[in-house]
Write a protein that binds this ligand. Structure first.
Ligand SMILES: Cc1ncc(COP(=O)(O)O)c(C=O)c1O
Length: 392
């Protein structure tokens, strides 16, 4: 075997979700698609809004030549301007096109940011549970993830973060609405975090950045709004995408936005643009960049996910499952009725229900249920959830 040790280890460590995915394929072949309730992946069930297809049709018929060539690594100017205008309209600072870099999804955006910021050994604090790909993204750029548990209701634990900050800390990485918990951080807790980062930065004599990964920003329920971070903390950078709110994860389109007031802005943005190029992304997909300007205010029908959330929460609560009702995104993160979450996932699997153990997100004793499925899948799975609870 000749693959790098790091990759060999990563293949082993990322096997929990992979295993569930493969198990799902096997079970669907055996029991039929309709009889397996797959809650394992955050792949949106909804089609993109109709406006997306209309825009694409127009773009494809556009007779102007040169539409498929290389472009500046940051993306088309008019796309960056449309993103900047959107952020300004939505109280996310007075952004300009130069503050935006178009990226290959939020995952691409995260890698661009981390490559730009991290020196070898730099630490990135991540409130946990968290999206485990962060470990790979940080490791890609010789950084070190420092997961710090959130409180019982998944709020930021400021004392624990304070304790973890040291001379190697380069950034705190937050994700709100959160995968896997559905938690949305309040403005107050973000202001407290910002105060802590400001004090710590001046004490340590180095900038600690706040990276906000927000592909679920538009997906919130019950009137909850996600506070914009640019007004809260100066040294902040957003990574996001249209993967979830326009149901376009396969099209790989997103962006990075730097706080318009960030220190050393020219160097930070030049670093992001260079990183986009030398990571081999070169630029975000051209066709998607041309579609996005007219879709900035569009979104899938969020009430679809809300109905799914409510049906699932009502059902599980009536069987005795304990959980914090998600405020956003499309994940539910209930406690498992037995300590061993992997074992409980296996008990659910016997009912043809596919979930992911909380340990795959850095918190055992929980499972993640991705409810971006059809309502029928939820409805038909409920007796299985009840049976699994009765079994234990
Ligand atoms: C928290 C979080 N960040 C980033 C991503 C990656 O998003 P994208 O598909 O836009 O790269 C995901 C995808 O599930 C996610 O859940």
């Amino acid at each position: 075997m000749a693959v790098a040790k790091k990759i060999e280890n990563s293949i082993k460590n990322s096997s929990l979700i992979r295993k569930m995915f493969e198990e799902g394929l096997k079970r669907k072949a055996e029991f039929g698609e309709d009889n397996v309730y797959d809650f394992s992946l955050g792949n949106p069930n909804l089609e993109p809004p109709a406006a997306f297809k209309e825009v694409l049709r127009d773009l494809i018929n556009d007779p102007v030549p040169g539409r498929h060539g290389y472009m500046p690594n940051a993306g088309y100017d008019y796309t960056r301007q449309a993103v900047a205008d959107y952020l300004s309209r939505n109280n996310q600072g007075k952004s300009a096109s130069g503050d935006i870099v178009m990226t290959v999804g939020a995952g691409g955006g995260m890698n661009v940011i981390l490559k730009t910021l991290l020196d070898p050994g730099d630490e990135v604090i991540i409130p946990s549970p968290y999206f485990m790909e962060y470990n790979f993204y940080i490791g890609n750029h010789q950084g070190v993830p420092r997961p710090i548990p959130t409180t019982k209701d998944f709020s930021l634990d400021l004392d624990a973060i304070k304790e973890a900050i040291c001379e190697k800390t380069k950034a705190v990485l937050i994700n709100s609405p959160n995968n896997p918990t559905g938690k949305v951080y309040t403005k107050e807790e973000l202001l407290d975090l910002a105060g802590l980062l400001e004090k710590s930065s001046s004490r340590l004599g180095r900038t600690i950045y706040l990276i906000s990964d927000e592909p679920y920003r538009k997906l919130t329920y019950d009137g909850i709004k996600v506070p914009g971070i640019f007004d809260i903390y100066r040294e902040s950078i957003i990574s996001t995408s249209f993967s979830k709110d326009l149901s376009l994860p396969g099209e790989r389109i997103g962006y990075v936005a730097v706080n318009p007031d960030i220190s050393g802005k020219d160097t930070v943005t030049a670093g992001l643009i260079l990183s986009n190029r030398i990571l081999g992304f070169v630029n975000a997909p051209a066709l998607m960049q041309r579609a996005i300007p007219s879709l900035m205010d569009a979104s899938v029908d969020i009430s679809f996910y809300k109905k799914n959330r409510d049906m699932l929460c009502e059902g599980l609560a009536s069987f005795g499952y304990r959980f914090i009702k998600p405020q956003g995104a499309f994940y539910l993160f209930p406690e498992t009725p037995i300590k061993d979450d992997v074992e409980f996932v296996s008990i659910l699997k016997d009912e043809n229900i596919l979930t992911v153990p909380g340990s795959a997100f850095g918190r055992s004793g929980y499972i993640r249920i991705a409810y971006c499925t059809s309502p029928k899948v939820i409805e038909r799975s409920l007796p299985g959830f009840e049976k699994a609870m009765k079994k234990v």
